[in-house]
Ligand binder design. Structure first.
Ligand SMILES: Nc1ncnc2c1ncn2[C@@H]1O[C@H](COP(=O)(O)OP(=O)(O)OP(=O)(O)O)[C@@H](O)[C@H]1O
Length: 456
């Protein structure tokens, strides 16, 4: 087996250094020694060592261990992942414990128990490998987040209402204040939440989206707070919840108005205490997340109707952002339509298309109950079905290809038709899940369960 691990031994006893080197060389890739701790930092700058064995006392006659502790602090300041094993005199247990409290990983006694010394150093080396792996994973994660977030900013909106939203986003993004975004479905609540994250100091960390309307009640806690292996029948291994996953970054709690009262209490406790306890666990885990919540419900009305906890509302709406419906920002329809024309012509490999005046007027006059999401679907359909590059009013297919009467099924067998009806409802509402669920007469989480079941 190839020898692994670079070891540095620091002791002023030359004989001891020699003996250590002789004994450890066959087990490690490199064993360097220095007899003067003043050379320590320059040695560390020269080479990266995995384990440093450090004497407690250097000056003859002084046995307080302070010098060793001083050098330990210097090493850890230089590299917080350094693994330092102290060399202590026989009976120095108290001092060794103190050293471990200050950040040393272990200690060996000069009593020369070869087996024990070797196993201590090999464990320290393993710990060093784990620390370095974590360091590299964190670095990778940071780069990946930067990559994911790059060029993601595309919130279109010249209208006065959107400019007002952007001014507030500018003011609050850099703070850690919780934000509540309200607005109809498809108005861009998630897009704005991402924009806040991108402009915040957490932008090198993750943005975790959780659709609270789509999580079934039985999985709510496990999904948000994680679970321990064996906590319930399907819990085959420990699983991290969304709060922990988002730690350091932003947690976007979408459709917060759909959370039942008894689960709102659990949500409030986690946000308030800034800690969670996984299902089946007993130790709280500290969480550092910025909460951005969103809903299309009127939470103040829900509080008045005793459907939403007032204390939770005040926790999440330090800052409120209300997004206008597309009808209220008609000035943006042209730019948004062109944005999607450009996107879909590229996606479907078609020549660039333009809207003539009548086509634009048609778009501006429509009521857009599904807001931007509906506009997006209309533009996608328009690009797919048209070959002309100059789009006329009749080329814009708003609701024309999908009228409710065309949705009549071939048979009335419920099971045969469920999948088809769900597909058509989603199509009819332009992908607006809340509207689709409403049309189908079921709630959103049931709709998501069925989407999963039929693999839609
Ligand atoms: N300002 C914008 N510019 C361009 N596209 C936008 C803008 N706002 C929203 N969109 C697009 O509209 C669609 C709906 O946006 P988003 O999902 O953010 O809305 P939402 O309000 O969170 O919807 P829901 O309430 O249904 O979850 C997305 O495809 C998004 O990319």
């Amino acid at each position: 087996m190839p020898k692994k691990g670079k070891l540095l031994i620091v002791d002023d006893n030359e004989e001891l250094l020699f003996a250590f080197q002789l004994f450890l060389k066959p087990h490690f890739e490199l064993v360097d020694t220095i007899n003067n701790p003043n050379l320590l930092l320059s040695k560390l700058r020269e080479k990266e060592y995995d384990v440093i064995m450090l004497d407690m006392n250097f000056r003859a006659g002084i046995n307080s261990g302070n010098e060793g502790l001083y050098w330990l602090s210097q090493i850890l300041e230089y590299d917080k992942n350094a693994c330092v094993v102290f060399i202590t005199a026989y009976g120095d247990i108290e001092l060794a414990v103190k050293a471990m409290k200050e950040g040393a990983v272990d200690f060996v006694q000069k009593s020369w128990d070869e087996k024990h010394i070797l196993s201590t150093l090999l464990s320290a080396y393993k710990l060093r490998c784990s620390k370095m792996e974590i360091k590299s994973l964190k670095k990778k994660q940071k780069r990946l987040n930067q990559e994911i977030n790059r060029n993601k900013s595309f919130v279109i909106g010249k209208s006065a209402r959107m400019q007002e939203v952007f001014r507030t986003v500018d003011k609050v993004a850099g703070t850690d204040a919780n934000i509540l975004i309200t607005g109809e479905n498809g108005t861009g609540k998630e897009v704005v939440a991402r924009e806040v994250h991108l402009r915040s100091k957490r932008n090198e960390q993750v943005f975790v989206h959780v659709d609270l309307g789509a999580i079934s009640e039985s999985l709510f806690e496990s999904e948000l707070f994680g679970h321990k292996k064996g906590a319930f029948t399907d819990a085959k291994e420990d699983r991290m919840g969304r709060f922990e996953l988002a730690s350091g970054g932003t947690l976007f709690l979408d459709e917060i108005g759909n959370v039942p009262l008894h689960l709102q209490t659990k949500l409030l406790t986690a946000i308030q205490r800034k800690e969670i306890i996984p299902v089946g666990g007993s130790t709280p885990i500290e969480i550092d997340v910025r909460i951005i919540a969103a809903t299309n419900c009127n939470l103040h009305q829900m509080v008045a109707d005793s459907l939403f906890r007032e204390d939770l509302l005040y926790r999440i709406n330090t800052i409120s952002l209300e997004l206008p419906s597309l009808m209220e920002r008609q000035e943006d329809i042209g730019e948004l339509s062109n944005f999607y024309l450009d996107k879909f012509t590229k996606q479907y490999d078609k020549p660039a298309m333009e809207l003539n005046k009548a086509a634009l007027t048609k778009l501006e006059k429509h009521k857009w109950p599904g807001n931007i999401r509906e506009l997006q679907h209309v533009m996608e359909k328009t690009v797919i079905l048209n070959d002309s590059v100059n789009l006329q009013a009749e080329d814009i297919l708003i609701g024309e290809s999908l009228k409710k009467k065309e949705l009549m099924p071939d048979s009335f067998n419920l099971l045969d038709n469920e999948k088809v009806l769900i597909e058509k409802a989603i199509q009819f509402t332009g992908g607006n899940m809340s509207l689709a669920a409403k049309e189908l007469g079921i709630n959103r989480s049931t709709l998501y369960d069925k989407i999963k079941k039929y693999d839609l």
